[in-house]
Ligand binder design. Structure first.
Ligand SMILES: [Zn+2]
Ligand SMILES: [Zn+2]
Length: 487
């Protein structure tokens, strides 16, 4: 187990986040490792950690070789947590076979040093940070609410015999002892029993977050993911933050577990073109938030095909609008997706990229004719304007105007009545009925708040259309609308 770096990394995350330690090989037959265990306790205390009774007991059942391995692993994890990343050099070279007599004194001195620094420390029995007292003679720390020494003959952690008349050590004896090796409070380590179950609880809570994850949370999520059902593609129904979703999907695409139907998963989970763009960004080592532009690396061919199929399966008006919303990034993405290659397999995706690129459509060649045929089948999304294909929806036209830097056209579109007037020489073509009906409905209500709602409530019901939480589009529309007033 110590040889598995992935598992060790996961244990490191679990130790930091929920203070659990997993002891493999605990058995009733081991034991007899009292001094060696004491040495481990002293080393961990020197790194600010104390053991719960269950963890102490589990470590106490290990045979010497196993305990030595657990010692190296645990001290290494604690060092990593402190950020020291130093290689652990045992103070006693032949450890654990020789343990110095002064281990006891070392442990007690360290406990005193921590207590003198801060009397409130976690009680190893209840885990609460309270005024704790060191049991005599072992210096295990308990609070008076949990244990007052009167009813028992032994320490509740190590069961060493105590003097019932004087069950606690007095730190005052430690004057002149070493300073605490680090600032308190101590951290109580507990015995974990199921790495996968603990990792699953953590991963599920991170996936359920409604705000973007911190870099540390993102790293932890990816480290724990392989231990969890989510790491086998069994994702929760909803992952509210789209950046988080992109990150998890990228991890699954990169190291697809055996039998995971990647294409089906992507088709279910990538519900907007921007989702596809986020995934491509993460797979290219870039930013899922799409804030920092970064170059895309070409996906392997099966994945490229899957992503084009996902785009092709999205409702075409949304596809066109979304692609126009991130024009620069999509133009770069197109260089690695090659949407015009084998366009017959994904005609709607090819159509959206033709709108984005302003591709000249030549009905005399097969590709042009195919584009025009697809365009004719989607009057709700696009319309043919001479040799170009343009977005048909109000939002799509607005996105294109913004993308092309045409502030006048964007402002006219965003202004009341803008959808029906002729815009900066841009010839309006007669639109089919359904679009005409849709246009007023799609215009954002006059709102001052920035909360975008463009695809919720105001859309006519579309059978099979995915539920789309709003994104930044309306904010931009507000800005465009504000331009004439401000200038
Ligand atoms: Zn307590
Ligand atoms: Zn004890």
């Amino acid at each position: 187990m110590e040889g598995n770096p992935l598992l060790l990394a996961a244990e490191s995350v679990l130790l930091r986040r929920i203070q659990t330690v997993y002891v493999d090989g605990a058995s009733a037959s081991g034991g007899g490792t009292g001094p060696a265990l004491r040495r481990l306790e002293a080393e961990l205390l020197g790194r600010g950690h104390v053991l719960s009774p269950a963890l102490h007991a589990a470590l106490g059942t290990l045979v010497p070789e196993e305990l030595a391995a657990a010692h190296t692993r645990l001290v290494g994890l604690a060092d990593e947590l402190l950020g020291s990343h130093r290689t652990h050099v045992p103070l006693f070279r032949r450890f654990p076979h020789t343990v110095p007599r002064d281990t006891e004194a070392l442990y007690v001195d360290r406990v005193f040093a921590f207590l003198l620094q801060q009397p409130d420390q976690p009680c190893v029995l209840c885990g609460e940070a309270r005024t704790v007292f060191p049991v005599s003679p072992c210096a295990h720390l308990v609070c008076r609410l949990c244990w007052d020494g009167s009813d028992y003959e032994g320490c509740p952690v190590c069961h060493r015999r105590i003097d019932a008349d004087d069950p606690f050590l007095r730190p005052v004896r430690a004057i002149g002892a070493a300073k605490a090796p680090l600032a308190g409070p101590l951290r109580l380590l507990r015995l974990g029993t199921d790495r996968a179950a603990d990792a699953t609880v953590l991963v599920d809570s991170l996936l359920a977050r409604r705000t973007p994850l911190s870099p540390q949370d993102r790293d932890d999520l990816l480290t724990l993911l392989p231990l969890t059902p989510a790491g086998r593609g069994l994702l929760p129904e909803e992952i509210p933050v789209r950046e988080t979703k992109a990150m998890v999907l990228a991890a699954l695409v990169r190291a697809a577990p055996d039998g995971l139907p990647v294409r089906k998963l992507l088709a279910e989970r990538l519900t907007t073109a921007t989702d596809v763009l986020r995934l491509l960004a993460v797979l290219s080592g870039g930013d899922a938030g799409l804030v920092t532009p970064s170059p895309f690396t070409g996906p392997r061919r099966p994945l490229r095909r899957d992503l084009l199929a996902v785009l092709d399966g999205l409702p075409t008006p949304y596809l066109v609008e979304d692609v126009l919303r991130h024009p620069t990034a999509w133009k770069r993405a197109a260089e690695v997706l090659h949407p015009f290659e084998r366009h017959a397999r994904h005609p709607r995706a090819a159509l959206a990229f033709a709108v984005l690129r302003g591709t000249r459509v030549d009905p005399g060649i097969a590709f042009g004719a195919a584009l025009l045929e697809t365009a004719a089948a989607h009057p709700d999304a696009v319309r043919v304007d001479g040799a170009r294909i343009r977005p048909a929806t109000w939002a799509g036209r607005l996105e294109q105007a913004v993308a092309e830097g045409d502030a006048g056209r964007a402002a006219a579109l965003a202004a009341p009545g803008g959808s029906s007037c002729h815009l900066s020489g841009h010839q309006e073509l007669p639109r089919p009925g359904p679009v005409r009906r849709r246009v007023p409905l799609r215009r954002p209500p006059a709102r001052r708040s920035g909360a975008p709602q463009r695809h919720s409530g105001t859309d006519p019901p579309r059978p099979g259309a995915p539920v789309r939480p709003g994104h930044g589009g309306l904010r931009r529309a507000d800005r465009a609308r504000a331009t004439p007033a401000a200038g």
